[in-house]
Design a protein around this ligand. Sequence first.
Ligand SMILES: NC(=O)c1ccc[n+]([C@@H]2O[C@H](COP(=O)([O-])OP(=O)(O)OC[C@H]3O[C@@H](n4cnc5c(N)ncnc54)[C@H](OP(=O)(O)O)[C@@H]3O)[C@@H](O)[C@H]2O)c1
Length: 289
Amino acid sequence: MITITATLYRLVSAGMRAAILASALATITLAAPAAAEAQKNAPTILITGASTGHGLAFTEEYARLGWHVIATCRTPAKADRLNALAGKFPNVAVEQLDIVDDTQISALAEKYRGKAIDVLMNNAAINTFRFGARNFAKIDYKWFEEVLVVNVIGPMKVSEAFQEHVAASRQKKIIAMTSTGGSIAEVTVPIAIPYRASKAGLNMAMRSYSIALKAKGIIVSIIAPGTVDTEDYMNAKDPSTVPANYQTMIKGNLLAPRTAINDMIKLIDRLTLEDSGVFYEWTGRVIPW
Ligand SMILES: NC(=O)c1ccc[n+]([C@@H]2O[C@H](COP(=O)([O-])OP(=O)(O)OC[C@H]3O[C@@H](n4cnc5c(N)ncnc54)[C@H](OP(=O)(O)O)[C@@H]3O)[C@@H](O)[C@H]2O)c1
């Protein structure tokens, strides 16, 4: 690599200038294919539920790292923020995927047949603490069913459909985004029964799946991401613009900083087969079942 200031360049002879230019051009010509090669060899991640929250934040951070990101969501036409990210990062592809729609799952798996997917991130979920202790007797069982189907069956269906893509990759990782609320050992208050039951069910499904996939060298990791401040409200220039519920969470120290997304990326990078089937918190703490 040649570094030369404009002043120095003016002082040297014409012959020397030509040599400098030729060398610089050669560097550029060599660097372009090297960059293209690096981009071609970059790992690939498929993320479900990438239109909002954690999924959107992971899409942005993996895109910044140069990964190929297949960012899926139910309604791409309405996913304005995700589409804006795809406009900014050419390595982000937006795809439609409802994780409980068999036709869409098969169509997307078929579209990417032969493509190695290093990390499959099952992030999409019905993420709600609806139905607290006081209305325990009023659980809407249709809703309960929907939560179980989306949060437990959806990630399993997507994982099975893309298992071969993951098996063909270098990193071979399937991630299930769960919740500390799915830990039976740590439950102390009777709230969010459908959500918690769904995450406990997801944990069991993924733990069993991890045993089945170990022989294939595929790591299945169960990670509780915590309530991450994905909008970075903690660092808002004008705190009065922060929604009231987030102001309360910030005061109560109930939010993990936006950088928790980067911490989880590092945690995912470090995973080995030894970690397969382990229930992790985003901090790296192992959560009891
Ligand atoms: N935020 C937290 O406090 C917290 C804490 C612990 C664990 N988690 C877990 O972290 C993950 C991400 O949560 P989040 O906070 O980012 O929640 P979020 O903002 O509500 O995002 C959930 C995403 O899932 C998508 N989704 C819902 N049903 C779907 C379906 N049938 N098919 C495809 N996509 C579907 C939603 O898409 P639409 O936009 O189309 O509805 C949305 O993009 C979830 O697994 C959640 O359980 C979150």
